[in-house]
Write a protein that binds this ligand. Structure first.
Ligand SMILES: Nc1ncnc2c1ncn2[C@@H]1O[C@H](COP(=O)(O)OP(=O)(O)OP(=O)(O)O)[C@@H](O)[C@H]1O
Ligand SMILES: [Mg+2]
Length: 374
């Protein structure tokens, strides 16, 4: 969880409100490209709810668990839970019988959820929310707004950079209500990357020399999935050599294996861009992000909408509508993304800068091969 202190503190404040029987001031949405740690953060929050001193129920869902409204109702307010809230018990649980009747005796989602949450606070965590059915999503966002006015309830959604547009289609007013609950989950800072690499090893009295650590952090691009691969590789170097102080030589020895894994990952991502017809666009914008290889979120090396648009235009994407589609397509795949919550001008970040280098080199190799064949 290194480098996610801010996100953890927002979620902890929400949990404290729930545990005190109040709805937090906002729901939470985690947005970021694949492999940055959204699911890890959701799992951390679920565990925090489960171990909270005052009991808070937590429900972890994916869109396939709630494919229609009926399934949503069954997941959030199952019969066995509602059965415990029968009217004769309502006086004890402090749910007014008039309210119960108004809710249709638990037949409306908001009514049933309110009754449930008054009995015990509830956090609903929905991962991969960018694939949630629009109708189900509308019902869920709507219910959340109604319930939170009357009982301790919160919603945490996580998804790829396409999620904001997807949520817009469900409920255009949702963003206004979200305020501080919108969190961008990007690459880590360089210092957090180094900490994430060394802390687990130090717990076993294994250290990494500063130059070896710098080399590893640079290769990882501060990208959590690659940090995880490097942590694993360094641990294996320790096991294989028995050395408790890892040096540049150990990093170099692990490099071929790491490069093979990273390249195979890039190939998957390249295929994804290809399948979406986005290789030309991906190549066109790549040079704008070359300076982001190390430091993330540095606005001096972050292109604006206009710069992205100009790069796409100079790659021959003539119609404005096509350029918009290409940009949003690259955003949906997390190849580039705009961390949420920015005041204009909106600035873009690379998902993984070294993936862009791979795309440029690979596309170049393809062109050379095509020329040879001709
Ligand atoms: N703060 C962190 N520090 C170091 N490694 C991390 C951190 N967060 C996540 N990771 C590692 O990064 C990898 C990706 O994490 P995770 O699966 O949570 O990403 P995700 O954003 O949910 O991706 P996807 O969109 O593909 O579901 C995992 O291997 C995880 O262990
Ligand atoms: Mg995930």
């Amino acid at each position: 969880m290194t480098g996610r202190e801010e996100e953890q503190s927002v979620l902890s404040r929400c949990l404290a409100a729930l545990a005190n029987g109040k709805a937090p001031p906002h729901d939470v949405v985690l947005v970021g490209p694949c492999g940055n740690g959204k699911t890890v953060l959701l799992n951390w929050f679920a565990a925090a709810c489960r171990t909270s001193r005052k009991r808070v129920d937590v429900l972890t869902l994916t869109p396939s668990d709630v494919s229609d409204r009926q399934a949503l109702m069954a997941a959030l307010a199952p019969r066995r839970v509602l059965a415990r809230l029968l009217p004769r018990k309502i006086a004890i649980t402090s749910v007014g019988s008039a309210e119960w009747a108004a809710s249709g005796g638990g037949r409306s989602l908001a009514g049933a959820l309110t009754a449930r949450c008054r009995r015990r606070p509830l956090a609903v965590l929905l991962d991969e929310a960018h694939t949630l059915d629009i109708e189900v999503g509308s019902a869920l966002l709507n219910a959340s707004q109604q319930v939170r006015g009357a009982a301790p309830f919160m919603l945490v959604l996580a998804g790829t950079p396409g999620l904001p547009r997807h949520l817009d289609a469900m409920d255009a007013s949702f963003w206004g209500r979200l305020a501080d609950g919108l969190l961008g989950i990007g690459r880590l800072s360089l210092s957090a990357t180094k900490e994430a690499l060394t802390k687990p090893l130090l717990a076993h009295d294994v250290s990494v020399d500063a130059d070896a650590l710098a080399m590893t952090a640079e290769h990882s691009q501060c990208y959590p999935y690659f940090i995880q691969l490097w942590g694993d590789a360094l641990w294996k170097q320790h096991l294989a050599t028995g050395v408790s102080r890892l040096k540049v030589g150990h990093v170099a020895a692990a490099l071929p294996h790491l490069n093979a894994r990273v390249t195979s990952y890039y190939q998957g991502r390249f295929a994804e861009l290809e399948a979406s017809g986005l290789i030309t666009a991906a190549r066109a914008v790549a040079p704008l992000f070359q300076a982001q290889a190390q430091a993330q979120a540095d606005s001096s090396v972050s292109p604006s909408n206009q710069e992205i648009d100009a790069a796409l235009a100079s790659a021959g994407i003539e119609a404005e509508r096509d350029r918009f589609r290409a940009r949003e397509g690259l955003n949906d795949l997390g190849y580039i993304w705009r961390p949420p919550g920015q005041l204009p001008p909106v600035l873009w970040q690379a998902g993984i800068p070294s993936l862009m280098t791979h795309v440029l080199a690979h596309a170049h190799a393809e062109r050379s091969r095509a020329r040879e064949i001709r």
